[in-house]
Design a protein around this ligand. Structure first.
Ligand SMILES: Nc1ncnc2c1ncn2[C@@H]1O[C@H](COP(=O)(O)OP(=O)(O)O)[C@@H](O)[C@H]1O
Ligand SMILES: [Mg+2]
Length: 612
């Protein structure tokens, strides 16, 4: 009986990762958790005490029962009545002690589970957010998420219940076994043999049921992953009129989950029946043997009662232990994956002894590149930048133009030190950027990326992301500078308007102006604009253009642009192709040169004229 109830109550809420089951770790890897458990020695000691007290009182209860049966029902008279009272009182006392100790154990152990899991989640996340982009190129964000959520849940189950379950059941098993033999050596030998025969099939079948229940969780996870992707692409789905198709794909996936669930439910129903028949069968059989022993006078009724209770304690302990083993193994696998994740070292790190930036004049930062060569780690054979030498003076505005794939965005990635070049060096204000603290370097740079990112928050908070301690007035000033103030004011709740997930409630141009305001709020000495005006219509481009020109005053600006209107006013234009600088000069000098830029310019002006 005990066996089947433990099997039911502790079957873990299986996590939706298909790779998880494939990798069962060896139990030794659980030792990797030690640093996370170490701070809580006191709580572990408390849990241990509660555990021993609870196990002790559980083991004492059958003995009290024996007293009750033998003396209470065996004899008669005043002495016996008194004794019955005493025994019942003792029994109630034991139960109270058991209740208190069990509650204390549950409380401390659950606290430990939650606490340690929270610590691990924080540690993993904190570690992951410092990783360089290379990490995210090779690791799927979904995988990181599933490690933080489901793998830690497995560990929580182990720390929060399995360890205490294991200890408790080891104590109960050993104690119960000793008491069994103390009660009757002959019956003990018989019942041990029978228990092995009955508990084994139940345990094995229980494993199968748990595996099926994980399978069905996985099916549900598959279905929801699919639904998630489709829901994010709703406009595309509807534009291609695939609603019916998608609905039936999801339906099929839900039906498959139902099928798996039914297999689990059938197995479970069978398991319940098997467990009850086998365990009751054993108990009835041994009771029958015991009853004969009582009739023959070789055993008292109390001994028999006590014996049966100890036997069920031992049987329950065996079942629970096997259960715990499986769970611990899965947690070991989870631990291994989490520790793996925590031990990944970021390719890009601040130096141990960072140099400070020299004091800077008001005019902005100086930037110089010396023979820089770079290829992305995922494409080591293709040079994204080669032999790039460039000197940008404080306060200068440099425009970078060139065909798509020329390496313009890559250049910005290197400025921010998202990657390190394989050869050459990059210096900010004369200091090699690898010698700077990453926060010093990135703090000096404001960037408006090619793909703007809008967080699911209101307009105020989205702009404030540029500088967390900025006041509302400063945010509004930055928005005005970026020509964003007017449209934000016209939103239903002004600056408090929620912009939707990924900024879906804004147009491309509006998103871009929010991003520009965000960068301007940071007020950085070096401003990097990656096609910052590409999504703007002519009118707002003119607005933003004016704003940007105002913003460029007193700082160094590098601006990547396709539209030559944006580029013309730059102090210097750099034309890139295949990771190289092929032409540099002013608009006028480059047009006169008659090279790539002159071609681009001719095309653009042709377009502009055709467009108007
Ligand atoms: N993360 C990346 N991993 C590998 N290759 C990349 C990565 N990002 C860009 N590239 C490649 O590097 C080259 C330069 O890209 P990029 O700098 O984005 O060009 P653009 O001038 O259009 O901004 C392209 O060939 C592109 O395919
Ligand atoms: Mg680009």
């Amino acid at each position: 009986m005990t066996t089947s109830t433990t099997a039911a109550s502790t079957a873990p809420a299986a996590a939706p990762s298909t790779t998880r089951e494939a990798k069962k770790g060896s139990l030794a890897t659980l030792r990797g958790l030690a640093p996370f458990l170490a701070p809580y020695k006191r709580q572990f000691a408390m849990a241990g005490v509660a555990l021993v007290v609870a196990a002790g009182s559980t083991l004492a209860i059958p003995a009290a029962f024996k007293q009750m049966i033998d003396l209470g029902f065996g004899g008669a008279g005043a002495k016996s009545i008194q004794h019955v009272d005493l025994v019942f009182l003792a029994l109630f006392g034991l139960a109270t002690l058991l209740a208190l100790a069990t509650a204390a154990r549950f409380y401390t152990v659950s606290w430990l589970g939650e606490r340690v899991t929270a610590d691990i989640r924080r540690a993993v996340y904190q570690h992951v957010v410092t990783q360089s982009p290379e990490f995210f190129e090779t690791t799927q964000t979904g995988e990181v998420l599933s490690r933080i959520t489901t793998d830690t849940t497995l560990i929580q189950a182990v720390v929060g219940t399995s360890i205490s379950m294991a200890l408790r059941n080891v104590l109960l098993f050993i104690g119960g076994l000793i008491m069994l033999f103390v009660t009757s050596i002959k019956l003990s030998s018989i019942i041990i043999g029978l228990l092995v025969l009955t508990v084994l099939p139940i345990v094995m079948f229980g494993r199968r049921v748990r595996k099926l229940s994980r399978d069905s969780q996985d099916r549900i996870a598959d279905a929801s992953a699919m639904a998630g992707e489709i829901l994010n692409a709703m406009p595309t789905v509807q534009a291609f009129t695939h609603e019916k198709l998608e609905a039936s794909r999801f339906g099929a996936s839900v039906e498959s989950a139902f099928g798996t669930a039914m297999r689990r439910i059938r197995a479970r129903a069978f398991l319940t029946m098997l467990a009850i028949v086998l365990v009751f069968g054993t108990i009835v059989f041994v009771l029958w043997l015991g009853a004969h022993a009582v009739l023959a006078g070789t055993m008292t009724g109390g001994d028999l009662g006590q014996f049966i209770l100890y036997a069920s304690i031992v049987a329950g302990a065996i079942g629970a232990l096997s259960e715990v083993m499986g769970e611990a193994q899965r947690a070991a696998g989870a631990t291994e994956r989490l520790l793996e994740l925590i031990s990944v070292k970021s390719k890009i790190e601040s130096p141990a002894q960072p140099l400070p930036l020299p004091p800077r004049a008001d005019s902005g930062a100086a930037l110089s590149l010396q023979d820089v060569g770079f290829s992305y780690p995922s494409r080591p054979d293709t040079a994204a930048l080669q032999h790039l030498t460039l000197d940008i003076k404080p306060g200068e505005t440099v425009a970078v133009v060139g065909p798509s794939g020329a390496g313009k965005t890559t250049l910005f990635q290197l400025f921010l030190r998202f990657y390190d070049p394989q050869s050459g060096s990059i210096k900010l204000d004369g200091v090699d950027i690898t010698r700077l603290d990453l926060h010093t370097l990135r703090g000096a740079i404001g960037i408006v990326p090619q793909d703007t990112v809008i967080f699911s928050a209101d307009a105020m908070e989205n702009i404030r992301y540029g500088r967390a301690d900025a006041s509302d007035e400063e945010v509004i000033a930055a928005a005005k500078l970026a020509a964003a103030h007017e449209f934000i004011e016209r939103l239903p709740q002004g600056y408090q308007s929620f912009l939707g997930e990924r900024g879906v409630r804004l147009s491309g141009g509006q998103r871009q102006r929010i991003a520009i305001a965000r960068a301007l709020l940071k007020n950085p000495p070096l401003l990097l604009l990656d096609e910052a005006t590409s999504a703007l219509d002519a009118e707002s481009e003119r607005l933003v253009q004016t704003a940007l020109e105002a913003a460029m005053v007193g700082r160094t600006t590098v601006i990547i642009a396709h539209r030559l209107a944006t580029v013309q006013r730059a102090d210097r234009i750099i034309v890139m192709e295949d990771g190289r600088v092929v032409e540099t000069g002013t608009h006028k000098s480059l047009v006169e040169l008659g090279g790539i830029y002159a071609n681009l310019a001719a095309l653009q002006f042709h377009h502009v004229q055709a467009g108007h």
